[in-house]
Design a protein around this ligand. Sequence first.
Ligand code: TYM
Length: 334
Amino acid sequence: MTQKKKVLLSGIQPSGKLCIGNYIGALKNWVNLQDDYDSIFLIVDLHALTIKQVPSELRNRCMSFLAQYIACGINPEKNTIVIQSHVPEHAELTWVLNTLTYFGELNRMTQFKDKSKNNSSNINTGLFTYPVLMAADILIYQADLVPVGADQKQHLELSRNLAQRFNHNYSDTFPIPEPFIPKFGARIMSLQEPDKKMSKSDENENNFIALLDTPDIIMKKIKRAVTDSNTNIEYNQNRPGLANLLTLHSILTKGTIESSTMYFKGKMYSELKNELGEICVEYLRPIQDEYNKIIKDKGYLNKILKSGTEKARYKARRTLSKVYRKIGLVPFPR
Ligand code: TYM
């Protein structure tokens, strides 16, 4: 008998241009792990609403993310790709989990603190309860493994706590989801401000490489990347700009930090930047070629969304019915 595969789940907010940080921290690992799990990949549009969006752009971005997931190597036939708002059970489970989440727990979330600092004119309650929606995303599919970058670790901890709390208060319902955080590349840094993480929604586009940036732009952004006033090339955490470029080089060449550092030893920053720029361009070229083919085929993309939603809703409904029954809600009379 074949053993039932474990469930892998992850998602990305369509809140900007998918960037190389998202790729290295998350997407690349989704691609590598997808075949070993029953995998579900979300485009979390409801999460994106916590920051002011232009409606038409948000809509287009969701479809573009779908095409980019596939272009990066997610197999939509074997796995499920779904837009979060197409499965209303996420929002329904969120409400139940809200009633199990303590104010103090959310108040400790460092991402909430950071985001409200950068977004002081719009500190909405969605931004505050955002990690509960994320927990619902994970628990509604009974996920076992969640591949994410390092910045999501605290949110995942909350998901684990909520799963445990629910299981303890009622009865065993949710597996406790394990994070999968890559050893290298879990926190790619901003190109202009290398002491903060690279972010797809950064107002300064020079801070990130988007997966769909043209070769010219990629070269320009890497050449302008902030390093320091030293000249020797070494891997040193106290030289975050240089360390970030070496990290990118080692990951994109499938080498190690040591091999990249050795390779550039005695060379100049400009050589590192030029080579890294070219490697990045070549790395992204097949992804961009594939993307350009898929994005035009609306029929194909819609078909994937329909079958993904069907599969996802079936699973989500099963979990939600179980949850509603366990907490004492009256089942709808048949
Ligand atoms: P988001 O959209 O900010 O980022 C998507 C994924 O990319 C990773 N990431 C990075 N990894 C390395 N270096 C970086 N500079 C970098 N920036 C981002 C993130 O860790 C993430 O894995 N709340 C989530 C989305 C989400 C989710 C979920 C994830 C919603 N529901 C359920 C997993 C499971 C977020 O805002 O990610």
